[in-house]
Design a protein around this ligand. Sequence first.
Ligand SMILES: [Zn+2]
Length: 545
Amino acid sequence: MSYQVLARKYRPKTFQDVVGQEHVTQTLLNAFAIDRIAHAYLFAGPRGVGKTTTARILAKALNCLKNDKGNPCNSCQNCVEISASRSMDVLEIDGASNRGIDEIRNLRDQVKYTPINSKFRVFIIDEVHMLTTQAFNALLKTLEEPPPHVKFIFATTEPNKVLPTIISRCQRYDFHRMSEEDISTGMEVVLKEEKIDIDDQTRKFIIGLADGSMRDALSILDQVIAFCGENIEFGKASTLLGIIPEELYFDITDAIKSKNRIELIRTLQDVYSRGFSLPEFVSGLNKHMINILTCSVESGEELLEVSTEMTERYKEESQKWDPKDILRYSDILTELEMKLKIVQQPRLYTETTFLKLLEMDSTISITDLVKKLSSQMQEKTDIEPTLFSNLEEKDSSVYASVPSVKEAKPSQRMEYKQKTEKPIRISDAAKGTLFSKIKNNWDEIVSKVSENGTSLSTFLSHGSPKTIDGKRLTISLPRKYKFQIDFLNKKASLIESTFEKELKEKVKIDFVVQHDKEEEIIKNMKETNPVTQRMLELFGGKEIT
Ligand SMILES: [Zn+2]
């Protein structure tokens, strides 16, 4: 027997075999049970989820000589012919290559003939949205008054491009993208039948690549079997699938940690020489950083989508890092990902950026600066009376040359001190709306979230309350923190409980990406914010956001 690709060999033969589309197949079976089969169907949905397969099963069920409760027997002459695409009464037309008016006129002529060996002439038009408008209009006439022996089944990935007048004359079924479980179940059957051994990591990877399409999953599996044989191991399969080994990411973080320039460049060269895509590598490395960061949060490892051994490894790795540093690396990598699309020499640009990562000093965050500054100011305030009384007796030029903090006007200092040291007193703000309560106590509430894990509040500190709708609070973060937004959304209930504790009110929180306009406003605010300006003057350097 000649070789058949898996997707074909294991194409479902009955309605029950179609995985993940029970809402469609069950309805069709019911229609057979009560003998109410429509004359035209539209199957809409993503590619590779079973639309044409279901169309064929339906065609067989209509023409099967021993139709049993709606399912085709798959063994009678009609079933066999339809399965092999040899039936004279079932015509499969590819809408993409037969999209013109002539083809549809031809089809209209065909419609007139009565079936040869079966009950119905079935026309299956795949990718029906590709038809031209004239072709659609020609088709419409046939659809309006179809002869009783004719059935139409249209399939499309883009139902929005099908004329509404066509759609309204069809019974429409929307096929769903398949869940990972469905694909896994489907793959399991094939693997067992084919006697293929596959490790968990490769299996998961294939399911991920298939992105909701069973056909894609099986065609990837085909390739992997051809390459690896019957025993599939990730080590070998990954070469074929172009998967970047996690080891490379750990090598990079090791090199950064130990500030080993040679090792860093060597690893990068390894990436190029093995032919991995640079943008994919950078994106993967960013995910790697986020994995480390996620593990630094209490029970964060539960959120990782990696193998158990890898989870352990990430937990270990997270001990070595300050979450804030990882966050900064991640920011830089996010920017690099975007820049790679536009720079002239991506390789050179990547190398420079990576060396920059290696040269970066450990983080001093704005929050730490504020704390440091405020404690310094506190000290100054405490000793000020004596200091000033001493100075009063001295020459005024000495007074003027005393640098930094003392130059600030007393009123400014007072204001600042109040702002940083004011204890959280929600009752004060209780008269205002919930939103102003949140806004006014934002920093304090955020700092309370830190009890649940440092990086959670670090993530949150990049955000700002945007709107409130009833009890539904939207917090926006600048675009470059998109990874953190996913993370925050996963941890939302934890954050919500802190908010509830602080506000004495329940809120639901959504994290969203901030619009550029808002980013601009905030940037301007920061530029003119006297406190930030003051800190920059005091400590030198520049602000890291
Ligand atoms: Zn049959």
